[in-house]
Ligand binder design. Structure first.
Ligand code: GRF
Length: 220
């Protein structure tokens, strides 16, 4: 049985597009119950519409508080029948009551090798620190911003002469593979969260899984 998912987006939607493409190619056992955004003009919403996926845009400014906005948003997510929420370039912090309710059923993709560089401007911070390696992480969402248990990571080398843009571009391709692999692993029952730990094929993992060359997850 395919897993119904909801994808939350705020911008361009290339990660969403990677999920849609994998689904349409028969490589990802999910159905798209809803694509929702805090930005009515997000290009990601147009992508979803073009593929016949139900969409929703809610404007945070029309709600009295973060909690009221998130309650309305996630009431719609629940009503869609989604069993997994994927934050794919969703740029809002989510209320702690909602993250608690969806614990183990909500994941986020973040462009850094967590726990390094939570928050914004990760590529800039990698360059400033003169790191030789960079990457992306997919993690279960907790109340702690970019702080929930990490499922898997994709790694890239930092090249001499790299700029924020070149790093972002090189990493984005890996993000797409990583996100598809993680959603696939959850949909197949290979990955889940129990008591704040990530389990892979029946065992808790002690380090994030790693995206291998073939786009598959491997134990580190
Ligand atoms: C990605 O780099 C993601 O890691 C970050 O925001 C970007 C979203 O890109 N959180 P897109 O909207 O999926 O193209």
């Amino acid at each position: 049985m395919p897993l119904p998912i909801a994808v939350l987006v705020s911008g361009r939607g290339s990660n969403l597009a990677a999920l849609i493409d994998a689904g349409e190619a028969g490589k990802l056992p999910v159905t798209f119950a809803l694509v929702a955004s805090d930005k009515a003009d997000a290009a990601a919403l147009r992508k979803a519409e073009a593929h016949g996926i139900p969409t929703l845009a809610l404007d945070p400014k029309t709600f009295a508080s973060r909690r009221e906005f998130d309650e309305a948003l996630f009431a719609n997510v629940a009503a869609s029948g989604a069993q997994l929420v994927v934050l794919a370039g969703y740029m809002r912090i989510i209320d702690a009551a909602v993250t608690a309710e969806w614990a183990g059923r909500m994941i986020n993709i973040h462009p850094s090798l967590l726990p390094k560089y939570r928050g914004l401007h990760t590529h800039r911070r990698v360059l400033k620190a003169r790191d030789i390696e960079h990457g992306a992480s997919v993690h279960f969402v907790s109340a702690d911003l970019d702080g929930g248990p990490v499922i898997a990571q994709a790694h890239i080398d930092v090249h001499p002469g790299d700029s924020e843009d070149s790093l972002a571009e090189r990493l984005l391709h890996k993000e797409h593979l990583l996100l598809v692999a993680c959603v696939d692993a959850i949909a197949r029952g290979d990955v889940c969260e129990r008591s704040g730990a990530v389990w892979y094929r029946g065992r808790p993992i002690t380090a994030p899984l790693r995206l291998g060359d073939g786009g598959h997850l491997t134990c580190a």
